[in-house]
Design a binder for this molecule. Sequence first.
Ligand SMILES: Cc1cc2nc3c(=O)[nH]c(=O)nc-3n(C[C@H](O)[C@H](O)[C@H](O)COP(=O)(O)OP(=O)(O)OC[C@H]3O[C@@H](n4cnc5c(N)ncnc54)[C@H](O)[C@@H]3O)c2cc1C
Ligand code: SF4
Length: 498
Amino acid sequence: MTVWVLGDQLTTRVGPLADADGDERVLMIEARAFARRLPYHPQKLTLVFSAMRHFRDELRERGYEVEYRRAETFGDALADHFDDHPGDVLALMRPASHGAGERLRELVDEAGGDVDLLENDLFLLSPDEFDDWAGDRDRLRHGDFYRFVRRSTGYLMDGDDPVGGQWNYDEQNRETPPPNHEFPDPPSFEPDEQTRAVAAWADETFETWGDPEGFSWPVTRADAHRALDDFVERRLAEFGPYQDAMVADSWAGNHALLSPALNLGLLHPREVVERVVDAYDAGDAPLNSVEGVVRQVVGWREFVRHVYRRRMPAMSSANLLDATRDLPPLYYTGETDMRCLATVVDRVRDRGYSHHIERLMVLSNFALLYGADPHELDRWFHFAYVDAYHWVTTPNVVGMGSFATDALSTKPYAASANYVDRMSDFCDDCRYDPDETTGDDACPFNALYWDFLAENEDRLRDDYRMGLSYHNLDRKDDLDAVRERAVDVRDRAAEEEL
Ligand SMILES: Cc1cc2nc3c(=O)[nH]c(=O)nc-3n(C[C@H](O)[C@H](O)[C@H](O)COP(=O)(O)OP(=O)(O)OC[C@H]3O[C@@H](n4cnc5c(N)ncnc54)[C@H](O)[C@@H]3O)c2cc1C
Ligand code: SF4
């Protein structure tokens, strides 16, 4: 038997390696074809391949026999493996992305071998546990799920009640920092020789999008732990209040910056949550910040994973609002006078990361209002972000960001410039005016927002949560001019003149 470790399953704490004696054979495959599927961010390729090679070395140091096969495809590497070990059986944790387990099983079959697909232990909840909770509910709501997980795990619970008396403290978590506020510097992980070698190889071997310089993500479990320590000790306390803030001078704010390590398996979600809950118990961080992190990690992360699992493959072609326009070129070039979009696209180009509100309320919001094809946006997120994997990117982009399916939210996250102006300092320094809707200097978000509501009226008006938006739309006496401006904005965006 051989334990097959995929590139996003880099752990010995759960899964087949947790039960191993240390003398099992381990197979790891570095497949180049995988990296050619999209023009991935070079830092994403560096992150995954360098983390794999470091994990290989750590396993070898611990006495494992690791066969690390570099090949064009998984199929090629598997053929070599079964040539060398006829009749071998592979033990593999089922990948979280839809259909991947079955595809790998077919490849193993073709190579003449056999594979045992085991439960994926990289999450808190198993599919059965989630499905038991879901039962025959018509609609799966995050709020209900979150209460269930809090109760079943006991995190931040006082008997059957939430600690502090409330399940969530979002009303305390929408602050913007005062003008001279200084955010703590994010931790830095200087690339070692191995990471530098991988970066150089990735850069010369693959078509990529994004800046190869400045890589500073954790690639080992020790560094991932350092990232967790840094978050808890230096940024957690103010994570809550500034969670939704967007700031021109700080790309990281107080965010955890842990998704790259979590999604590779270098950290388990349980470790992250228990660490932040311990900080609360020790009096080192306030409840609104700690609950905020707990909700993201045990709530949203698990919820999107399981809703995705249950809604695939339909989710990968869903298009509830029939949005089919090409994604504007500015997503690829960053060339635009819209300060919010230019800043966020630059951030993504620089390090393959921007925080949640920038993903949702700037990048996705603009694409949603513009009417961009949600699947082109999904593709863009997939290659541009270092933490992107199908199981997490697709539900977030197609569901939460584009409202191409109502599986994750009952209404779209659509907003005018008002939101960006309130939650960021981007508008202060922008050529466009967030308070204007028509005219050349008017913020493009505004006309697009009203036009979006008008265009999707049949689908959205009856939702009671959209009532106020439609009430305001009905009161607009310049709707024709607004919609003309929206056409102009779209034309300009398509021509790279926005
Ligand atoms: C359009 C869009 C695309 C996204 N694409 C991805 C993606 O490709 N990969 C990814 O991991 N997350 C994605 N997210 C979710 C979220 O934005 C990132 O997990 C988060 O920004 C990662 O940064 P952080 O570690 O600093 O997180 P923090 O904001 O500090 O949050 C802490 C942790 O909570 C978890 N989390 C929070 N929200 C979500 C969520 N909605 N889904 C899953 N996990 C969540 C993450 O593991 C994160 O590390 C996306 C969200 C949107 C709106
Ligand atoms: S004015 Fe509009 S385009 Fe400019 S930063 Fe504000 S929201 Fe973005």
